[in-house]
Design a protein around this ligand. Structure first.
Ligand code: ACM
Length: 501
């Protein structure tokens, strides 16, 4: 285990280069003697292909920013050679080979990867290894063999409670890539705002967003931006609960009495979608059919959390419907609803992801369960044959220290009892940033740097658990993340000024 004394890091330029401190810690890292100087001749060689061309351009921009060295666009020397066996895939996919091997010697560096994603991660590691030394910037001689422990390493951003403009999303995508996260879970609708342009049902955004929503062009832009950083985008439209923002435009979708307004405070509201009317499913078919092609990922999140059942119990129509279908409780009605939704999703080539409430019914076997109410639901899901991801313990809005999140492992606690076959269904986890109490100005400081600790938990071998060593490296990576554009450190002064005014 490498410890990275922070004071030494700060004085690296004077005292000689410090021990490198990448985060997430690579699966295998062997330092040797010597260093590769980084200077104005730096260049990239190898057949990167069209998918990597923008990646390389961005890499050179970051290296230049990080070092202050003006780098020629193509470089003059072949300092770093990239070999990528299968860089052609247009879009990242769950479970693909994300490994890479990075060898740095005083004569040059070589990066080998099986996919564009592996190459992207190798370049990110290289950037984290650049440090000031007595003779200028350098990378220590090193041999790294790296691959993730979990295939699903996500960050969820809630853009409903407070809207986050595209530039905020994009800089967070850059920071995600820097710590090798590969799923952006975009929580696009909730009680407090419907954040997507629908051309088929325009009253959704016209009456449900207070004018703050993404156009379809912006959705495509963000998806392409994420893809260029090896990140899949999983959209979430939370149904049948958390749907107040759908109802000002389309009150006929609701179980519950109107008139309806967007949620103006926080919590769980009674009105939810009406599962008893066929028109509800026609509407959702039209809506999902419109959204499906905008999001190339095969996974589509339909929420499913916190349906309190009050509106259904109070509705004579829903009660009559439930009786005629033999649905004896709220969970059974929701199961019926989910089964209808799953058929719609399948028609558009999508797999369901839902919060762990959907496990109360019998969700379709290929659904992915996102565990938020406790690690037990993840173990229950895996035992019942479902794939799952962990978010319980990774809620950033709970304002817990990084060391707390770092101690939460998808395969400990109740999941420790799983057989190897069941454990293989645990795909990974997601940090969740619910946005009741953050907005565009403050969200970066709530997400970073703590999410880097969660990223390490999901990427690095399970034996990497030394909390003190993590905090030493977190300080380094926190400074490093500022090169990606997130403002968790730089916003401190301006925000303090606002308080003082
Ligand atoms: C949730 O936090 N309601 C998924």
């Amino acid at each position: 285990m490498i410890r990275y004394p922070f004071a030494i890091a700060l004085f690296a330029g004077i005292a000689g280069a410090a021990t490198p401190a990448p985060m997430p810690m690579p699966a295998k890292m062997e330092l040797s003697t010597g260093k590769l100087p980084i200077d104005a001749t730096f260049g990239i060689a190898g057949d990167a292909g069209p998918r990597l061309a923008p990646v390389v351009k961005r890499f050179l921009g970051r290296l230049s920013r990080q070092t202050g060295i003006f780098l020629a666009p193509a470089g003059t020397a072949s300092t770093l050679r990239i070999e990528c066996a299968n860089c052609g895939a247009a879009y990242p996919s769950l479970g693909e080979d994300e490994s890479y091997q990075l060898d740095v010697t005083p004569a040059g560096a070589q990066l080998k990867a099986a996919t564009a994603e592996g190459a992207i991660y190798g370049l990110e590691t290289f950037l984290q290894l650049v440090q000031p030394g007595p003779d200028g910037f350098q990378v220590p001689a090193v041999h790294i063999e790296d691959r993730p422990r979990f295939a699903w390493r996500g960050l969820m951003l809630d853009v409903s409670r407070h809207f986050l403009p595209v530039e905020v999303i994009e800089r967070n995508l850059d920071a995600m890539a820097a710590v090798k996260l590969n799923v952006f879970h975009w929580h696009l609708s909730d009680d407090q705002g419907f954040r997507v342009e629908s051309k088929r049902y325009p009253k959704l955004q016209q009456l449900g967003s207070d004018g703050m929503f993404y156009t379809q062009d912006q959705l495509r832009e963000v998806v392409a931006y994420a893809r260029d950083r090896g990140i899949r985008v999983v959209p979430e439209f939370d149904i049948p609960g958390h749907t107040l923002s759908w109802f000002p435009g389309y009150p006929e979708l609701a179980s519950g009495t109107g008139p309806f307004d967007i949620g103006r405070h926080f919590g769980v509201f009674d009105p939810v979608l009406d599962p008893s009317r066929e028109e509800t499913y026609t509407f959702l078919d039209g809506f999902i059919g419109e959204m499906a092609p905008l999001f190339p990922d095969p996974f589509f999140h339909v929420g499913g959390d916190e349906v309190n059942g009050r509106a259904w119990k109070q509705s004579e129509a829903v009660q009559a419907f439930a009786k005629s279908h033999g649905l004896d409780k709220t969970a059974a009605i929701q199961t019926y609803f989910n089964q209808r939704i799953q058929k719609i999703l399948k028609n558009y080539g999508k797999n369901m992801v839902g919060w762990d409430e959907i496990l109360d019914g019998d969700p379709p076997q290929d659904a992915i369960i996102q565990s938020w109410q406790g690690q037990k639901s993840l173990a229950d899901a895996a035992t019942k044959g479902y794939r799952g991801i962990l978010s319980s313990g990774y809620y950033l809005d709970h304002v817990r220290p990084a060391g707390y999140h770092y101690g939460v492992d998808p395969l400990t606690g109740p999941a420790a009892q799983l057989t190897p076959e069941q454990a293989a269904r645990v795909l990974g986890g997601e940090a969740c940033m619910w946005a009741e109490l953050v907005d565009a100005e403050t969200v970066d400081s709530r997400v970073w740097p703590r999410t880097a600790a969660i990223a390490e938990r999901l990427w690095s071998p399970r034996e990497v658990t030394d909390v003190n060593a993590m905090y030493d490296r977190l300080e380094v990576v926190s400074r490093f993340l500022e090169w990606t554009g997130v403002t968790h450190r730089s916003s401190y002064g301006p925000m303090l000024n606002q308080i003082g005014r």
